[in-house]
Design a protein around this ligand. Sequence first.
Ligand code: NAD
Ligand code: UDP
Length: 322
Amino acid sequence: MTKLSKKVLVAGGAGFLGSHLCERLMNEGHSVVCVDNFSTGTAVNVEKFANHVDFKMLVHDVTEPLHAEVDEIYNLACPASPCQYQRDPVSTVRTNVIGAINLLELAKKSRCRILQASTSEVYGDPAVHPQPETYWGNVNPIGIRSCYDEGKRCAETLFFDYHRQFGVDIKVARIFNTYGPRMHQHDGRVVSNFVVRSLQNKDIRVYGDGSQTRSFCYVDDLVDGLFRLMHRPAELTGPINLGNPKEISIRQLAQRAIDLTGSRSKIVFHPLPQDDPLRRRPDITRARADLDWEPIVGLEDGLKRTIAYFEKQLAQDNSAVG
Ligand code: NAD
Ligand code: UDP
């Protein structure tokens, strides 16, 4: 008989995506063990269920082995914003590689399923557009983004080797740019930067000429995709792309943030960082077919919800200062 209520470990559960995943799992009636070292995540993200009997917070670095009795594992532990993962690149590689080994060992010992939050960055600066899962990518192995890109690629390798060598039950999701409430104000990624600076009427910094593209997925859609993947039969290991296929240039995104906030901000241009991918859009044919999934929240709606969140955050900051 299938156990209805499970004990689920979410590594990186106090981060942006992880906290939404914890919430979804709690709402589905599962108990959650949130493992996080609070390097980019915060206790505030999970404070609404902190005292719940079915929620346990474990402050732990995944580069150290961990012992727990759990039924399922999601591995989201890793800084995701370029400026965060480049701050201590060696630690980023360690988190991706040693963290993956430690969690895979736990899955092997507990004979439980484990899902890896991989990334569109495994495709690097893609020469194929849109990117299907069959594309092997175009990654600089020695650049400033490599600690993340190659770290995540190695983690995928480990997942598939643990699967082939030890029969570990794995799922691998390749997540494309996702945004929404609970991104950190100073996270450094484009949506939070543009929304926060628009709300503050500060200059919006577009890197390069802003013609580079991304495809932005709202967090609720993404979490639903992860949840569906976790519950598909064992043969469906992935990798599977999860993201919104609607592509937009960064310059257009800046204008959208200004328009939706009614801001007086101006757009200013700064140099494009090294190896910044020029185009990115997921091919989600597999996710549609295998998960019966596609995003339902459009960019305008998602941005409005994100703006409402940051308006509240900034108002709280102001009242704390005042
Ligand atoms: P985030 O930075 O908000 O969350 C990462 C969480 O992992 C944080 O809570 C952080 O404290 C924790 N963490 C980092 N290193 C750790 C360690 N060594 N031990 C324990 N905890 C650690 O980022 P996010 O956007 O929520 O991303 C979550 C996961 O999804 C990451 O693995 C990221 O690579 C992946 N992902 C996210 C996106 C996106 O657009 N949000 C896209 C692709 C992949
Ligand atoms: N970007 C920008 N201004 C910012 C932050 C980011 O122009 O304040 C650009 C960045 O150079 C990249 C895109 O927006 O081309 C997306 O950046 P982000 O850091 O969100 O994620 P990435 O997809 O590059 O990992």
